[in-house]
Design a protein around this ligand. Sequence first.
Ligand code: EPU
Length: 447
Amino acid sequence: MKQYDIIGGEKLTGEVDISGTKNAAVAVIAAALLVDGVCYIDNIPEVGDVTTIMEILSDLGVVITRVAPNSYSFDCRAIKPDSVARAELYGKCRASYYVLGALLGRFGKVTVATPGGCDFGYGTSGRPIDQHIKGFEALGAEVEHSGGWIRATNNGSRLQGSRIYMDVVSVGATINTILAAVLSEGTTIIENAALEPHVVDLANFLNKMGAAVRGAGSSTIRVYGVDRLIGGDYSILPDQIEAGTYLCMAAATGGRITVRNVVPRHLYCITSKLSDMGVRIEENGDCVTSSLTRKRLKSTNVKTAPYPGFPTDMQPQITTLLCTAEGTSKVTEAVWDNRFQYLEQLQNMGAIVSQSGRDAVVEGSMNLTGAPIIATDLRAGAAMVIAGLAAEGVTRISDVWKIERGYEDLVEKLRRLGANITIHNDIEIVDMASDIIGADKRAESAA
Ligand code: EPU
């Protein structure tokens, strides 16, 4: 199994190019299923979840070609209405549920397996999808979720535009309802929609392909049904969360870095918190530079919220950074039931942090110590990298495949910024060991 070894204490310096947003890419790639033509999509982050979505599309009959690094063409003309992808692929990531909305919208019926994704306290019942189902049913579909499969059908007919009020602000349900509504008859109005930049990115992609999605980025989205989407090209938005993660990494090491290819406006919800803690933030076009205004960061309180609030996907990273700050901080997770599974890992490194319900209380200290720890999920794994960079000594992080589901070239990017991070691969060691044994045996038989 792949692991990362980090020797902490190196200040990060230099510039890092931010990749396309994973959470936009997975939605846009699934949205290609609605296109009766070929689309070229650029700035696709080559990460685990994106690979999974592409494998699902391939199973469904989409012809995918890598035209250049991070750039792919998707020819969706040959998909059959009854295509079903391998069940295990759906279980590998959360965003596989976008195939549900897209194929239901295109063919009026679909069968997919239950989606996977990080577990944030919902156990075996999985994260809820009731709002997705509410959206599909409002458009006329019948939905059945049982035995690990989700079947939605309007008997192969076009869905009917409708008005839907989302009971909770949900990125996934907003995107899935848009996907289902794009080729429907009439107009769909989604109220209490999610405002995240990746919802806007998805709408922009669809509009470029010929859809009529209006109001994305506001809480009321109107989808005017069209007959057909044609092909075209599109470039995925830069990743707000990846950029925020690097800014936290730099701050944890007392370094100065510039994140390039970002939309600074999308980072305000993160950079304003970093400023409160004593990080100087400078914007220049599509670059943001961070450096420290003081020797030790200051404590602060953080509460996650849907965009434009502080993103839940930055919660583990900021909590970890707060472990290195002076004073006591409170972090409230208001989006997911339990996204604090990683606190135990930080405690193993000497952090003084405790959980009470949806709150974590961090007693700041500068004394993180390297230890063997686990990436409990994608963002928590990135947070463990922050801890390792700030800690004294060696930190070995296992289960890093979870980190690689969402961060492109993390190790290479960090090395270029001066981090002392290496990949440690148990399998290679086993292989090396069997090579040695093999060589010994060959030597013995030769003797
Ligand atoms: N919710 C419901 N019912 C639903 C859907 C959601 O009650 O039908 C609740 C959830 O339980 C949660 C809240 O609504 O409390 C928000 O969930 P949302 O649907 O917005 O989350 P998601 O679409 O499943 C996406 C990202 C997550 C990110 C959340 C919140 C993707 C693929 N995933 O998940 O990203 O945490 O939005 O911003 O876009 C990550 O990248 O590490 C990650 C987990």
